[in-house]
Design a protein around this ligand. Structure first.
Ligand code: SF4
Length: 80
């Protein structure tokens, strides 16, 4: 079965790159909330709202929100 383009395998936040701007929380409120210091916490590793999460990842000014899709091919050694 071909994966749906909206399938999201896993969300990840690069906390080194994240500046706690909070834009992602406003764009994907069903999957991300802010902690007491204004940094994001992922509620659902498998996004409940994939389109919102992708929009949030694209809008992150520090490219700190990473969306891993299920249809990304696993790295395999090249034996040719
Ligand atoms: S938008 Fe990016 S930099 Fe801002 S809180 Fe979210 S992950 Fe961090």
């Amino acid at each position: 079965m071909k994966p749906n383009s909206d399938d999201v395998d896993r969300l990840e936040i690069n906390m080194i790159a994240c500046e706690g701007v909070g834009l992602c929380v406003h764009l994907a409120p069903s999957d991300i909330v802010l902690d007491h210091w204004g940094y994001p916490i992922i509620l659902n590793e498998r996004a409940a709202s994939p389109k919102q999460v992708k929009r949030a990842a694209a809008a992150c000014p520090h490219r700190a929100l990473i969306v891993h899709r299920v249809d990304q091919p696993a790295s395999t050694p090249d034996h040719s």
